[in-house]
Design a protein around this ligand. Sequence first.
Ligand code: ATP
Length: 621
Amino acid sequence: MAKASSRPDNHTATPTDPNKPDLSWRERLSALGNLPAFFRMVWQTSPGLFIGNAAIRLVRAAMPAVMLYIGKLIIDEVIRLSGLSGAGDTTYLWELVAAEFGLAILSTALGRATSLLDGLLGDLVTNRTSVLLMEHAATLDLEQFEDATFYDKLERARRQTTGRSFLLSQVFGQVQEIISVGFLAAGLAVYNPWLLLLLFIAVTPSFIGDNYFNQKSYSLSRSWTPERRELDYLRYVGASDETAKEVKIFGLSGFLINRFRDLSWQYYTKNRALAIRRASWGTVLTALGTAGYYGAYLWIVARAVGGTISIGDLTFLAGSFRQLRSSLEGILLQFSSLTQEAMYLQDLFDFFHITPLIDSRDKALPFPNPVQQGFVFENVGFKYTNSERWALRNLSFTLEAGEKLALVGENGAGKTTLVKLLARLYDPTEGRILLDGRDLRDYDLDDLRRNVGVIFQDYVRFKMSAGINIAVGDIDERTNQPRIEESAQRSLADTVIAKLPGGYEQVLGRSFAKGVELSGGEWQKVALGRAYMREAQVLILDEPTAALDARAEYEVFQRFARLTEGKTSVIISHRFSTVRMADRILVLEGGQLLEIGSHKELLEHDGRYAELFQLQARGYQ
Ligand SMILES: Nc1ncnc2c1ncn2[C@@H]1O[C@H](COP(=O)(O)OP(=O)(O)OP(=O)(O)O)[C@@H](O)[C@H]1O
């Protein structure tokens, strides 16, 4: 299968290309090609349940034909006995009745057993798919997550993680029905093979009709993925703890609800039009099937009246024909919904086929320990995929090993982008970054990430315990309580946590029962603790003190200076009291390097840094 990537330039059209609303028969059949991979996944989930399910279904498949045949034998025996005027031996008759009763009980029991196994297996498959999805998502790039088409794929794949149990019982049921039909058809063919032909002719119209409408509804639902995502988003924004504050203050609920109502109504009307057409055509086409059934019934009754077949044969044939028709209709209808399901499955596999663009090379180098020379930016330029503008351009500078560098610049100057390149969340669009003389891309990615610790300004507030919120800096050490507490002390989070009713076990945020919310500055202290958890050689803090009060900021920096002694560090800050502590300061403007030097040098230079510094200093006078 072609590898799909989130980059528009090498995006390969898959059989389910969203820009192509109607899918051909060939594409739909080729979607069935996903079933083996799906079953491999089911098999790997639980071979025992898989085999059990298949075995029971095989037995169940033979039941309808056997029961109909026993019914025929019973009727023929009753007629034979009634012709003997009372004195016949009824043992055989009772044996037959007992056999039919036994089969009826067995059939119900097996029916229950299959739903049970389907349910259990379905749950396991759902869990496994979710795990696979999360595992795969973890391998992908930040850049891919920021791409809307990627998000649509992820969204479609996410929907596939639930509801797969339905496909499972559907395919299992389908195979069972096909075997069942085989048994019944064999019985019917013994009497008259033409009946089979009549049967196929009767069920074909409704099959074609249903296929057509399934395809339409798949295309509709697929082409509406972005809108459905927007609906989910509106539902979330309109009713969530994180947004409630602003929604209330700005009185946004009316606006959000109306937007939701308009969009959902549009989708509803499109769906309704399709559903009405489907129901109308379905009625007409099914009537054709009924006509076919009665045609065959006429023939059978006429043969029975003419004496060519027995009354038992009549019931067997009529029963078989009726059962066959409904089974065949079932199979054919299921087939079209099966291809539809298989197409949805394609979405899941498409997602699994997206490959990360940022990865370790073969024979990647280990991260130098310790870093000898440091980083060199050589004419680095970077453009976000979804943007035409250069976020960084012509950037050349060195970050010496052990140096503390501060990044300064106005909003949107490219500071965060620069540190993302340093942590290899992205690769430069042009130029290169060297570490100890080798391209950053030559180093093992996991090793690099372990050695470069970044605390972003939009750090995540995990709705988990305070301890875990610090331990995420080095999650393997989450049970190392002394280390967590030491990190908390350094980042000043210890006093915050001491006030929490549950201490380090206290769940933060209000999403879960007993969760406690922190203030912005308190959260920042907790997040800062992550930097101290990580024994990284390079530490990057992106506006780590923006929410801190003046005293806390001062203390944090005293400690930070001590912690980063001998380490390479980069700090982004808009506060010059923080910035001036750095060895050198790099001033960015519009993605370009404007000035670089120590605080003193830059003040003497009397350029942009001096201007911004004096601007801020004047504010304090
Ligand atoms: N994910 C993204 N996709 C597209 N463009 C982006 C993305 N992130 C940032 N940009 C753009 O890149 C430019 C640089 O952004 P960056 O976040 O690096 O600025 P910054 O200097 O850190 O700003 P601030 O001081 O506001 O945090 C901005 O023009 C921004 O709009």
